[in-house]
Ligand binder design. Structure first.
Ligand SMILES: NC(=O)c1ccc[n+]([C@@H]2O[C@H](COP(=O)([O-])OP(=O)(O)OC[C@H]3O[C@@H](n4cnc5c(N)ncnc54)[C@H](O)[C@@H]3O)[C@@H](O)[C@H]2O)c1
Length: 382
């Protein structure tokens, strides 16, 4: 099995284990050290599905969490000390999967230790720390990839490839959403209600997709409100957002997020990306792995790849964690490091998305007035 750049494994139906691929010797694989072992556990396991990354260190403040993840990964070293992870010469890439407010300081420490970084979305959620991260990136020259997992889900990858082949023509409008009932997510995570904002936590997915298809965003106007679930959990930020965006090329997009919704999963998926082009329209869905499109012949076609990819992406859990997306982006970033090619989203793009998110937050707090994105980027020094 070989994995040329841009190719990801296609796992046949019913295959429940991953053959060890010897095409890239272990000595040439980049060592991954992951901090924050809830989502980060998935990242360590996902590395086993790549040909260029191998899990070497796991780190969490909570020793019980370390012990429980260690059972799945006997060859990996576990520690409660982030400094120990950074001092380990086997670690080439640091994967950061801690709560959003911790990302900034951990990225800077990883850069200073000479490591490249994969940081889950949102890269940071605060302007002051964003400036420090940008300065550290420039000072050390280290690379950072933002783990925008949705882009690496099979239906959204298929949609992107078709768009790049020109199948729906140039984009006219983009509509994206991420809605998900988050009652389970508030449990045991006080940082959600007190120290973050759903614009960074949830809306980072649809806003990243808008930016990916529309290009640089000039202004956003947004309204927000609190769901009953947000009120019950004392959540300070809005958890329902409706956003209109205008790109610098004059195209429009809208993004919607609702994190207290009662879901209607047969009718709507949590993440949807709808592209209206001059020659056709396409829709990609997460978590159903469905890609639908119509061209000028007017025939609607639906590709449903859930059965084929369910094990790779979901580990056969019922729509479980993001194994496939994390494996795909680890492979993609490691390939880019290996070949020295550009990759996306990098640190600058992640911080540009932070400016879009911050503009949305300010617009919603201001009752929907348009907020320009460029002044925020100037403030950051982008
Ligand atoms: N689609 C995705 O890519 C996706 C999905 C969910 C969450 N996330 C992101 O992943 C991150 C983590 O989310 P989560 O749901 O796993 O959070 P969580 O609170 O469930 O888990 C965080 C883990 O980090 C550990 N931790 C906290 N501070 C630490 C520190 N300073 N050093 C070492 N360990 C520390 C905690 O003990 C805990 O085990 C967040 O940034 C979130 O936005 C991304």
């Amino acid at each position: 099995m070989t994995h040329p750049t841009g190719y990801y494994p296609r796992i046949a139906r019913g295959v429940h284990s991953y053959p060890v691929d010897e095409s890239v010797p272990a000595s040439e694989r980049l060592g991954l050290g992951v901090v924050g072992l809830h989502e980060g556990r998935t990242a360590l396991l996902a590395a086993l599905r790549t040909t260029r990354v191998r899990p070497v260190v796991g780190c969490d403040l909570d020793p019980e969490t370390c012990n429980s993840v260690a059972k799945d990964l006997p060859e990996v070293m576990f520690t409660t000390s982030y400094a120990e992870l950074l001092n380990n010469p086997a670690v080439d890439i640091v994967g950061i999967y801690t709560p959003d407010p911790v990302h900034g300081e951990q990225i800077i420490a990883a850069f200073e230790a000479g490591k490249d970084v994969v940081c889950t979305k949102p890269v940071v959620n605060d302007f002051e720390i964003a400036q420090q991260v940008l300065a550290a990136g420039r000072r050390t020259g280290r690379k950072l990839f933002v783990g925008q997992s949705s882009r690496f889900f099979e239906s959204l990858r298929r949609q992107r490839r078709a768009f790049e082949r020109g199948e729906i023509g140039p984009i006219e409008v983009v509509e994206t959403q991420y809605t998900h009932r988050m009652d389970w997510y508030y449990n045991g995570r006080p940082w959600i209600a007190a120290k973050s904002d759903w614009v960074f936590l949830g809306l980072s997915h649809p806003l990243d997709l808008l930016r990916w298809y529309l290009g640089p965003i000039e202004t956003v106007s947004a309204v927000g409100t609190h769901s009953a679930l947000a009120r019950e959990n004392g959540c300070t930020s809005f958890d329902i957002y409706s956003v209109h965006a205008v790109s610098t090329s004059g195209k429009i997009g809208r993004a919607f997020g609702h994190y207290g919704a009662h879901e209607l999963p047969r009718a709507r998926n949590s993440i949807e990306c709808l592209l209206y082009g001059t020659h056709g329209t396409s829709l990609a869905k997460y978590h159903d792995m469905e890609y639908s499109y119509v061209g000028e012949d007017g025939v609607e076609r639906v590709e449903d790849m859930l059965y084929e990819y369910r094990h790779y992406h979901f580990n056969n859990e019922v729509h479980g964690m993001h194994y496939g997306e994390f494996a795909n982006y680890l492979q993609y970033f490691a390939d880019a490091l290996h070949t020295g090619t550009d990759y996306s989203p990098n640190l600058n793009e992640g911080l540009e998305t932070l400016c879009i998110m911050e503009a949305v937050r300010r617009s919603a707090l201001g009752g929907g007035q348009p907020v320009a994105v460029q002044p925020l980027m100037d403030e950051l020094g982008l």
